[in-house]
Design a binder for this molecule. Structure first.
Ligand SMILES: O=C(O)CCC(=O)C(=O)O
Ligand SMILES: [Fe+2]
Length: 247
């Protein structure tokens, strides 16, 4: 059997909404192998809450094989970017339970690709999965459907702000990342998912972490891709949102 490919409908939905959820995408055996590596490197065990390294800096965890290096994931990224996308390196982001806290949907998200938000580059696409099931209020990845189109419009209006100088404009003080949310943006959604479900998200999709008031740690794996010609893209922003893609 060949590597995984998205259907036309899935591609259309990704383009329209800026994200695509792939349920039950990863093998259970892979997720189990990652869990084992996670607890060895982080210290502790899921069963013993007192052993959790909450608040400790557990350094850069490295779970292999990396999410972005999996054949099926690479195959999708190639299907969308035609070998022009670089990356796939994977970060592990943990949201330990904060029981007793209230839960609120975050008010605004952010775009990755700016210092303090991961890599410094125009992000093309991200992929996220969890090592354990995440229910509502369980520290889910939160995203604003269709907001990639508003971010695109924003950058076409203010191309020099692609470098991150939007943080120096007066509107930033009041609206913060909300400046990227316009008429297309839909209300935020939590990525509520089983371990091994995957969400693909466009690099300009506003997103955020959220508080975990459930009992299980939210252990998220994040892979991100930039474009091989990132420097050119900054100088020539895509006039059509999909200019640097092959879909
Ligand atoms: O933890 C999350 O769900 C989101 C994290 C995030 O957006 C980031 O690290 O860029
Ligand atoms: Fe982010």
């Amino acid at each position: 059997m060949g590597a995984f490919q998205l259907t036309e409908n899935q591609i259309d939905s990704f383009k329209q909404e800026g994200y695509l959820v792939l349920r039950d995408f990863l093998d259970t055996s892979l997720v189990e192998a990652w869990r084992e590596q996670f607890w060895v490197q982080a210290g502790g065990s899921l069963e013993d809450k007192d052993s959790w390294p909450v608040g400790k800096n557990i350094g850069n965890l490295k779970l292999t094989p990396e999410l972005g290096g999996l054949l099926d994931v690479k195959s999708i990224v190639e299907q969308l970017g035609g070998e022009q996308f670089n990356g796939g390196g994977c970060g592990v982001l943990i949201r330990w339970p904060q029981e007793g806290h209230g839960w609120q949907m975050p008010e605004t998200g952010h775009l990755d690709g700016y210092p303090g938000e991961g890599c410094q580059a125009v992000l093309m696409i991200g992929a996220t999965t969890y090592l354990y099931d995440v229910d509502s209020g369980g520290g889910a990845f939160v995203y604003w459907p269709c907001s990639h189109r508003d971010a695109h419009r924003y950058f076409l209006d203010f191309p020099d702000q692609i470098e991150g100088t939007f943080r120096e404009i007066p509107e930033w003080d009041e609206h913060n990342w909300g400046i990227f949310q316009g008429d297309s943006t839909k209300p935020p959604q939590e990525f509520i998912a089983k371990a091994g479900d995957v969400i693909l998200w466009h690099g300009w999709l506003s997103h955020s972490g959220s508080a975990n008031i459930q009992e299980s740690p939210r252990i998220g794996l994040f892979s991100r891709w930039t474009h091989k010609n990132d420097a050119d893209i900054r100088k020539n922003l895509p006039q059509e949102l999909w200019d640097y893609w092959i879909v």
